[in-house]
Design a protein around this ligand. Structure first.
Ligand code: ADP
Length: 735
C-alpha cells in the first residue's frame, strides 16, 4: 500500500543535491557520447537525469532537464558523426530521444498526479476534524493536522503505529464488534474514549468508512474523529440539572404537570404517582382528569380547560381532586401556555395546588359570617367600623343598614348617621365621633334616631379602639337597636310605680287605725276647744283672752289634722317619680309623725339620733318616706310579739363624704340566718298576712336613687336595716 506522505516533495536541500547529481550524470553521459567512439546508445542514460530531476517534483526543472537532455543528445550525435551518419547511429539517436521524451512525458504526468494528490492532502489537513486512515491491521497510514491537534502526536510519531494501542481506545462497544460492522456495512458511527499524548482522556465521536480495492478486498479504514468531550460534559451537566429540576419538581407540594399544545398530558411529577396516577394512563388515551376530578366538578373544569386551550389564555379552575380512593381535596388548577416565536402554543405548564385548608377556612368563615348575620339580625345589633387615617372611612354591616333604614348603595359616613340622628341628639353623636377622632379608648353613646316614617328608634353604640397594622386608628363597635328594651324599661318603670303605689296604699291601710286616731284626735281637740271658746263667749262677761287661747289651739289642731291628711294624700296620690333636694332629717321626722300613733299603740321607745347638720339628698320625697315608713313598720311588727322593752333606734349620719346613711335598729325577733339572703326578694315574707313586697320595693327605690340597702343582725339582738343615698351635689332642683 502506498502511503501518502511518501509522495510528498522532497526537501529543498535534497533537491539541489539531486539536481547537481543529475547535472554531473548529464555531463558524464555527454562526454562518453560525444567524445568516445562507442557505438551504443549512451544517450539513453539521459533518462536517469530526467528521472532524477523529476524526483524533485519541479515541473519546470523537469521540462528543462528533458529539453537539455534532448539538446545534449543531438549535440553529441552531431559531434561524434561529423564524417557521416550511419543508419545505425541515427537509429540509436532516435531511440535515445524517444526514451528521453517518453520518460519526460511520464514524469511530468506523474508530477501532475502527485501535485493533485498533494493538494488533496493539504485540503484534508485544512479540515478541523481529525482524519485518520489505518490499514486492516490498525496501523496508521494517514494522520492529518486535525488528528495532531486532537491527539497531540505528529504525523511522524503516529504513522505506522496501531491506532488503538497509541490512543488506548475504549468504548462501550468492543473494537472487534466495530470491525465486524465495518466489514459488514462498510460504515460505523459511534463514540470512543481515547487517551491523548498528554495523558488526558477525550471522548470522540467517530465516523468510519471502509475502503476496498478493485477486487473488493478491504484495504483501509478512514475515520473522522471529533472531540465531543465538552459536549459530553455539557450533556452530563444538563442531565444532572434535569435530574435536579425533576427532584425539585417532585418535591413541590403540588401536582405539577405539562401537556402538549392540544392538551395531551406529557409530564406529571411524583405527587401524581403518590396518588396512584401514572402518565401511561394519559398516554393510553385514558383521560386522567376524568379519573381524578370529582364528577360534580368535572364538567366545569373541562369547560375552563377547553376555553383556555381555544383562547390560549391562562387556565384557572378550582375542583376537588381525588388524592386517595374515595378521598377528594379541594385544589386550585392553574396552567400557563409556552409559545414559540410565531405565538403558537407549544406546551402548557400547570400546577394543582392543595387549597383544602384554605377552602375549609373559607367555608368556616362563610358559616361564621352567616351566624354573625343571623345573630346581628336576631339581636338587632349592627357593626360599624370607623377608620381614622388621613381620610376617615366607615364600614357598616347589613344590620347597621337595616337599623338606619338605608339602602345598601348609601356610602357609610358620619353625615349619613347624623342625617338619621334625632335633632336633639346630634350634638351628642358629633361629640362621640370627635372623641373617636381624638383617640379615646372607648366610645359609648346612647341616642335616638328619627326615622323617615316619623318613628323614633333608640340606639346604643359602643366601640373600642383598635390599632390596625395599616396605620391610623380604627374603632370597631356594635350598634344596638334598644328601642324595644327602652320601651320595655319604660313599661317596667311604669308598672313598678304602679306597684309602689299599690303597696303604699296597702301600707296606709295598715296604718288606717293610727291615721284615724291621728286625725280624729286634733279634730276632737278642735271640737273641744270650740266648745270651750263658746262657753267663754257665753259668759256674761265674755272672757276674750280665753276665747283667743281656745281659737289659737283650734287653729293649731286643725293645721295638724290638715298636715296629716296632706301627708296621707301625698302618699296615696298616684304620681311619677320626681326627685328633689330633700332634707334627710326632715323627711325622717315626717315619717316618725306618720308612725307616732303606731309607736304609742305598741309602746315602742323611739330613740331618734339625727345627725346635724342634716344631709341633703336628691330623691323623690314620697318614695323616701315610703321606704322609711316600711322599715319602721317592719320593726314595730317584729317587736310586737317580743316581751320586754321595745326599743327602736332611728339614726341619720354621713357614711362618707358622698353618702348619707339611715339606720333603723330594733329589738325585735331579728333575722334568721336562713332568711338573710332572701329578705329583699319579691314575695318573701314570714308573716301570715304579709305580701313580701315591702323590702323589695324599698330596694328598688333606694337603688333607683343610686343608693344601697342592706340588713344586719347586731349581737345585741334584733335587726338593723340601713340604707345609704348619695348626697345631693347641686344637680337636683328644689321643687
Ligand atoms: P312583709 O312585711 O309583707 O312580710 P317585707 O318585704 O316588708 O314584707 O318583709 C319581708 C320579711 O322580712 C318579713 O316577713 C320579715 O320576715 C323580715 N323582716 C323585715 N324587717 C324585719 C325586721 N325589722 N326584723 C325582723 N324581720 C324583718
Amino acid at each position: 500500500m502506498k502511503t501518502f506522505p511518501r509522495a510528498l516533495p522532497i526537501a529543498n536541500r535534497d533537491s539541489s543535491l539531486v539536481t547537481t547529481l543529475a547535472a554531473v550524470i548529464a555531463l558524464v553521459v555527454f562526454g562518453i557520447d560525444a567524445l568516445t567512439p562507442l557505438d551504443i546508445a549512451v544517450a539513453v542514460f539521459y533518462v536517469v537525469v530526467v528521472l532524477l530531476v523529476a524526483s524533485t517534483n519541479n515541473r519546470q526543472a523537469t521540462l528543462a532537464a528533458a529539453l537539455g537532455c534532448v539538446a545534449l543528445t543531438l549535440l553529441g550525435f552531431a559531434m561524434s558523426h561529423d564524417s557521416g551518419y550511419t543508419s545505425g547511429a541515427i537509429a540509436r539517436c532516435l531511440v535515445s530521444l524517444v526514451a528521453i521524451g517518453t520518460t519526460s512525458f511520464l514524469s511530468l504526468r506523474n508530477q501532475a498526479a502527485t501535485t493533485t494528490l498533494q493538494e488533496q492532502v493539504e485540503l484534508l489537513n485544512l479540515a478541523h476534524d481529525a482524519i485518520v486512515v489505518h490499514d486492516m491491521n490498525d496501523r496508521i497510514t494517514f494522520w492529518n493536522h486535525g488528528a495532531q491537534a486532537l491527539y497531540g502526536w505528529t504525523a511522524q510519531q503516529a504513522l505506522g503505529k496501531s491506532i488503538h494501542t497509541l490512543t488506548q481506545t475504549s468504548s462501550a462497544v468492543p473494537v472487534e464488534q466495530i470491525r465486524d460492522e465495518l466489514l459488514r456495512t462498510n460504515r460505523w458511527h459511534g463514540e470512543l474514549q481515547r487517551v491523548r499524548h498528554d495523558g488526558s482522556v477525550v471522548v470522540i465521536s467517530s465516523r468510519s468508512a471502509l475502503w476496498r480495492d478493485a477486487t473488493g478486498a478491504p484495504r483501509a479504514v478512514l475515520a473522522t474523529n471529533n472531540d465531543i468531550t465538552k459536549r459530553k460534559e455539557m450533556e452530563a451537566k444538563l442531565q444532572r440539572q434535569q435530574e435536579e429540576l425533576r427532584a425539585t419538581i417532585d418535591a413541590i407540594p403540588g401536582m405539577v404537570w405539562s401537556c402538549s399544545g392540544d392538551g395531551r398530558l406529557t409530564f406529571i411529577n411524583r405527587r401524581w404517582n403518590d396518588m396512584g396516577v401514572t402518565l401511561e394512563e394519559g398516554e393510553n388515551g385514558t383521560d386522567v382528569w376524568s379519573a381524578i376530578v370529582h364528577p360534580a366538578d368535572l364538567p366545569q373544569m373541562q369547560r375552563d380547560w377547553q376555553t383556555a386551550i381555544a383562547a390560549g389564555t391562562s387556565f384557572e379552575n378550582v375542583s376537588r381532586i381525588r388524592t386517595r380512593p374515595g378521598v377528594y381535596r379541594w385544589m386550585h388548577l392553574g396552567a400557563e401556555p409556552l409559545r414559540d416565536e410565531a405565538g403558537m402554543i407549544l406546551r402548557w405548564y400547570g400546577v394543582n395546588t392543595d387549597i383544602e385548608e384554605r377552602k375549609q377556612a373559607e367555608q368556616a368563615l362563610e358559616r361564621s359570617e352567616a351566624f354573625l348575620l343571623d345573630a346581628q339580625r336576631l339581636s338587632r345589633t349592627g357593626s360599624i367600623a370607623t377608620h381614622f387615617a388621613d381620610e376617615s372611612s366607615m364600614w357598616w354591616s347589613d344590620e347597621a343598614y337595616r337599623i338606619f333604614d338605608y339602602p345598601p348603595e348609601v356610602e357609610p359616613s358620619i353625615e349619613a348617621i347624623l342625617a338619621r340622628t334625632h335633632p336633639d341628639d346630634r350634638a351628642l353623636v358629633r361629640g362621640a365621633f370627635e372623641q373617636g377622632n381624638g383617640g379615646a379608648g372607648l366610645v359609648d353613646v346612647e341616642h335616638r334616631l328619627a326615622m323617615p316614617d316619623g318613628s323614633v328608634k333608640y340606639v346604643h353604640y359602643v366601640a373600642h379602639l383598635n390599632t390596625p397594622r395599616s396605620g391610623g386608628s380604627e374603632y370597631v363597635g356594635a350598634l344596638m337597636d334598644i328601642t324595644e328594651t327602652k320601651l320595655a324599661q319604660e313599661a317596667l318603670a311604669r308598672s313598678s310605680a304602679e306597684l309602689a303605689h299599690v303597696t303604699r296604699v296597702t301600707l296606709l291601710g295598715e296604718l288606717a287605725a293610727s291615721i284615724a286616731h291621728e286625725v280624729t284626735q286634733p279634730i276632737a281637740a278642735v271640737a273641744a276647744c270650740g266648745g270651750a271658746a263658746l262657753r267663754w263667749l257665753n259668759r256674761p262677761t265674755p272672757e276674750l283672752g280665753e276665747v283667743e287661747q281656745s281659737v289659737t289651739q283650734m287653729i293649731r289642731d286643725a293645721k295638724r289634722a290638715s298636715e296629716i291628711i296632706q301627708r296621707i294624700r301625698a302618699m296615696a296620690k298616684k304620681r311619677d317619680r320626681s326627685p328633689t333636694s330633700v332634707d334627710l332629717n326632715g323627711i325622717v321626722s315626717e315619717s316618725v309623725e306618720l308612725m307616732r300613733r303606731e309607736f304609742e299603740r305598741h309602746r315602742v321607745e323611739l330613740q331618734l339620733e339625727l345627725d346635724e347638720p342634716s344631709a341633703i339628698v336628691c330623691c323623690d320625697r314620697v318614695q323616701l318616706q315610703q321606704v322609711l315608713v316600711n322599715l319602721l313598720m317592719n320593726s314595730v311588727q317584729a317587736m310586737a310579739d317580743v316581751g320586754g322593752a321595745r326599743k327602736l333606734r332611728l339614726a341619720t349620719r354621713l357614711a362618707d363624704p358622698e353618702h348619707a346613711q339611715v339606720v333603723v335598729q330594733d329589738s325585735g325577733t331579728g333575722i334568721g340566718e336562713e332568711n338573710a339572703d332572701r329578705l329583699f326578694s319579691t314575695f318573701f315574707t314570714t308573716k301570715a298576712e304579709g305580701m313580701g313586697m315591702g323590702l323589695s320595693i324599698c330596694r328598688s327605690i333606694v337603688e333607683a336613687h343610686g343608693g344601697r340597702i342592706w340588713a344586719e343582725s347586731p349581737e345585741t339582738g334584733g335587726a338593723m336595716l340601713q340604707f345609704i343615698l348619695p348626697v345631693d351635689e347641686g344637680r337636683c332642683h328644689e321643687q
